[in-house]
Ligand binder design. Structure first.
Ligand code: NAP
Length: 237
């Protein structure tokens, strides 16, 4: 149970972050979520219940991240699922788009760890988000793979540097979340069918699959510096 514990989830207004917030709230945690869109935050509050605190925050803005943690104060667990990712052929992708991906997914998590750590209880935890393309190379994911690998490496070094605070990394596979809604429905369903046919578990993942793993990392006090792969055996294929 997480009664009396404060859990901050940046990216908690959608997908895996929202599901993590839901599971942690069931365990009695005080939940603080943050993301950019007021609309998404309002909807998340409706799903999660009125007791949730929500902040508008752009994780790519270092000053905003710093003042966010000043406002939040002391807490026990930090989960950083915030990201907006993209892909495309290496030679055709503008360098600016590749840099933007680092801004969003790498530097955002870097700022969150940097300014969140001093407010975290030494008995608490940080969970960062990598992704399968760091471990299973995929055409069209050159920059995202590099970003995810960088996040995993950052998290593992921080597990040593910020100890005894625990730092772990979740690496999701192909997960059905709102992040994939930008793909047309038919193309998305085709993609899911192809992936499911390839994976030992014969399906794509759900936000709950990954959120349960985040809860495991929050709870298990003997786990730090781990990259937890939640990807249905994708790396083996
Ligand atoms: N879904 C997958 O298949 C998959 C695979 C591998 C890795 N992952 C990783 O898992 C994590 C969660 O993904 P998801 O699928 O749950 O995505 P999602 O449903 O799109 O949720 C992403 C969340 O991040 C927030 N966000 C995005 N950019 C932000 C920013 N600059 N500042 C603050 N908040 C921001 C979004 O809210 P706002 O729009 O309101 O800011 C939203 O709450 C990400 O790191 C993603 O890369 C996902």
């Amino acid at each position: 149970m997480l009664i009396g514990q404060r859990v901050v989830i940046i990216g908690g207004s959608s997908g895996i972050g929202l599901e993590t917030a839901r599971l942690a709230a069931i365990e009695g945690a005080e939940i603080i979520i943050a993301s950019r869109s007021k609309d998404k935050l309002e909807k998340a509050k409706e799903v999660l219940g009125a007791a949730i605190t929500a902040y508008i925050l752009d994780i790519t803005n270092e000053e905003q991240v710093q003042s966010f943690f000043e406002k939040v104060g002391a807490f026990q667990h930090l989960v950083v699922s915030a990201a907006e990712t993209s892909g495309g052929p290496f030679l055709e992708t503008p360098t600016s788009a590749a840099r933007q991906l680092f801004e969003n997914k790498f530097w955002g998590q870097y700022y969150a760890a940097k300014y969140g750590a001093p407010k975290l209880s030494p008995q608490g935890s940080i969970t960062l988000f990598s992704g399968v393309v760091a471990y299973k190379s995929m055409i069209g994911s050159s920059t995202l793979g590099a970003v995810n690998a960088a996040v995993s490496n950052l998290g593992q070094t921080l597990a040593l540097e910020l100890a005894p605070l625990r730092v772990n990394i979740v690496s999701p596979g192909i997960i059905d979340t709102p992040s994939r809604e930008k793909m047309p429905v038919e193309a998305r369903n085709d993609f899911y069918t192809k992936i499911a046919a390839k994976l030992p578990v014969e399906r794509v993942g759900t936000a709950v699959d990954v959120a349960q793993s985040v809860l495991y990392l929050i709870h298990n006090e003997f786990v730090t510096g781990t990259v937890l792969h939640v990807e249905g055996g994708h790396i083996l294929t």
